[in-house]
Design a protein around this ligand. Structure first.
Ligand code: 13P
Length: 251
């Protein structure tokens, strides 16, 4: 894992009211008090961001949003801008999750605008990429990853590339309980790092590549032990403080 600090991020998706989130964080913080050498983030719904920033202040837990618009303001009904997220001290933003690509029409072209905007706002972008089961079966995994990574990073200036986080989330492993093998995850994450090296070898050394898709306390240590896996983007297992803390401990 070289000198990169691992990042364990919990993507809550459309779960947890503010009351649920407060209960979660009071149970989580004492459980991870001793965890060292690992960055931790939770990614609540927009409505719980401000409360979670308040409740995690002074702890090691950072708060990331699940999406953002690239424009500072405008006629974009239902969207949230980066100055709005900055005002509540959000630290990062998930971009291009497969659920946003599939259900809400998120495109590589939109993501190419979002990545530099998030960096410009002083936040950490987490670009999600990954293949479907059909693409894997047809030998198209690398073609898909190359396309998504190159398009998503196209407008990121070289000197900012190293601050990007990329999450490899094979779609067939999300919410299915069918985790990728450590070999499959390492192979894809190593490939993603090599793609970044194609732009800048210095950035490839610092960019963090996460694995996501059915990460659980039982499989976390093996996945996180791989050379090119610098952390995890956790869905279901991040909803309970016990299982999320166990994954943090594995890192
Ligand atoms: P699961 O951990 O529930 O498979 O979800 C993964 C994910 O989509 C995280 O962004």
């Amino acid at each position: 894992m070289s000198g990169r600090t691992p990042l364990i991020a919990g993507n809550w998706k459309m779960h947890k009211t503010v009351a649920d989130a407060e209960a979660f964080i009071s149970a989580l913080l004492p459980r991870i008090y001793a965890a060292d050498g690992v960055d931790v983030a939770i990614c609540p719904a927009f409505t719980a961001l401000a409360a979670m920033v308040d409740s995690t202040r002074g702890s090691r837990v950072q708060v990331f949003a699940q999406n953002a618009h690239h424009a500072a303001e405008g006629a974009f009904t239902g969207e949230v801008s980066l100055p709005m997220l900055g005002e509540v001290d959000v630290h990062g933003v998930i971009l291009g999750h497969s659920e946003r690509r599939e259900f809400f029409g998120e495109t590589d072209r939109a993501l190419a605008l979002k990545l530099p905007a998030v960096l410009e706002a002083g936040m950490v972008p987490v670009l999600c990429v990954g293949e479907t089961e059909d693409e894997r079966d047809n030998g198209d995994t690398e073609r898909k990853l190359r396309h998504q990574v190159q398009e998503g990073l196209a407008k990121v200036p070289e000197e900012q590339l190293g601050g990007v986080v990329i999450a490899y989330e094979p779609i067939w492993a999300i919410g299915t309980g069918r985790v990728a093998t450590a070999e499959q995850a390492q192979e894809a994450c190593g490939f993603i790092r090599a793609l970044v090296a194609g732009r800048s070898s210095a950035a490839a050394e610092t960019v963090r590549v996460l694995y996501g898709g059915s990460v659980k306390p039982e499989n976390a240590a093996e996945l996180l032990g791989q050379a090119d896996i610098d952390g995890a983007l956790v869905g279901g297992a991040s909803l309970e403080p016990e299982s999320f803390a166990a994954i943090i401990a594995a890192a």
